[in-house]
Design a protein around this ligand. Structure first.
Ligand code: NAD
Ligand code: TYD
Length: 355
């Protein structure tokens, strides 16, 4: 297939994190051919990749990771030597409303890809890698202290995290049983540009901008550990190239925030950028019914990644949030496109239920 050094299948490349992965790999590694496979669900959007869609080392394939014959045909067509697997149903609230679609995509979809690798690579495992992008939510919830390490036992508590945990277990099972070369990374909450506005940060940015209520679940005391998406992607790059096979790496920037404090910080940043008197948008904060089974706290200990592979985040939270807010304010059309149709229906159902 041409003279490419590697042919990499990236799944879910039209989504939030996937589009940042595809952009980085296409631009930084012209000797790699990048094939982006995405089903273009409500969360997938080719506008995210408009700037690189003409690149000669980039190909888009529309398709579903759960379709076995389609996936096998794709492997025959491209002879991939690597997979970076991000395609997933990714939103906890949606998983509470519709758990089976999470089981289908996240568990069956991952198994289907693993099986295609097993078949396609059975005669030669040299220079092959299946990189599975996962979440810290597989570890469950923390109390007010302690951190998730790579040794923490899995204890998922939402249909989303349980389906991701199951997919992680399948990845390791294929490693131990079939010697498939695999790596898993479990990352904390991401934020940044192109983030679908059903998740906390882009939803709040959009609502602050439009003077809509800011729905904080419960008392806003739940804690998340936030990482700028570009820093997640730089970690994926390093782990993909230098991580040890059969290992798990936790990714996080030691940046814990209670939801209510984060929303107040965002409000302050945005009031300034929108030339509103200080404190204007804080009045929009509205406490709503809590999420069922709401995990109290996530916090990653990234020591293995920082000491073994030398990764560190490139921005402070304030810098990352400013960049993110600037991007949303400058990309009104993108927001308009993704918040029409399905989003509006989801939003009305989700937040009518809670108030
Ligand atoms: P996302 O929902 O923005 O994107 C998911 C992408 O997968 C979309 O483009 C969608 O069209 C595609 N997809 C969904 N079902 C598919 C199917 N059956 N076949 C092919 N494509 C399909 O998700 P994200 O936030 O970018 O997350 C990407 C990955 O990173 C996920 O595996 C998620 O579990 C993991 N992760 C996310 C975070 C986070 O904070 N967002 C943190 C850690 C790990
Ligand atoms: P979210 O962005 O959905 O990520 P996750 O549930 O995977 O951590 O939510 C982040 C936190 O924000 C979580 O504690 C739930 C809370 N939250 C709200 O308070 N209000 C909202 O409207 C949303 C979407 C989330």
């Amino acid at each position: 297939m041409g003279n490419y050094e590697r042919t990499i299948l990236v799944t879910g490349g039209a989504g939030f994190i996937g589009s940042h992965v595809v952009r980085r790999f296409v631009n930084k590694f012209p000797s790699y051919k990048i094939v982006n496979l995405d089903a273009l669900t409500y969360a997938g959007n080719l506008e995210n990749l408009a700037d690189i869609q003409q690149a000669s080392n980039y190909i888009f394939e529309k398709g579903d990771i759960t379709h076995e014959s389609f996936i096998n045909t794709l492997f025959e067509k491209y002879k991939f030597d690597s997979v970076i697997h991000l395609a997933a149903e990714s939103h906890v609230d949606r998983s509470i409303n519709d758990p089976l679609s999470f089981v289908k995509t996240n568990v069956l979809g991952t198994a289907t890809l693993l099986n295609a690798c097993r078949t396609s690579w059975k005669n030669n495992l040299i220079n092959k890698i299946f990189y599975h992008v996962s979440t810290d939510e597989v570890y469950g919830t923390l109390g007010s202290d302690g951190y998730f390490t790579e040794e923490t036992c899995y204890d998922p508590r939402s249909p989303y995290s349980a389906s991701k945990a199951a997919s992680d277990h399948l990845v390791m099972a294929y490693h131990h049983t079939y010697h498939l070369p695999v790596i898993i990374s479990n990352c904390s909450n991401n934020y940044g540009s192109h983030h679908f506005p059903e998740k906390l940060i882009p939803l709040m940015i959009n609502n602050i901008k439009n003077n809509k209520p800011l729905p904080v679940y419960g008392k806003g005391e739940n804690v998340r550990d936030w990482l700028w998406v570009e820093d997640h992607v730089s970690a994926i790059d390093i782990i993909f190239h230098r991580g040890r096979q059969g290992e798990t790496y936790n990714i996080g920037g030691l940046n814990e925030w209670r939801n209510i404090d984060l929303v107040k910080l965002l409000v302050r940043i945005m009031d300034k950028k929108l030339n509103r008197p200080e404190g204007t948008s804080e009045k929009l904060i509205t406490f709503v019914a809590d999420r069922p089974g709401h995990d109290l706290r996530y916090a990653i200990d990234p020591k293995k990644l920082t000491t073994e592979l030398g990764w560190k985040p490139s921005v402070t939270f304030q810098e990352g949030l400013e960049k993110t807010v600037d991007w949303y304010l400058a990309n009104d059309e993108w927001v308009k496109h993704v918040t029409s149709g399905d989003y509006q229906q989801y939003y009305d159902q989700q937040y009518k239920k809670k108030t």
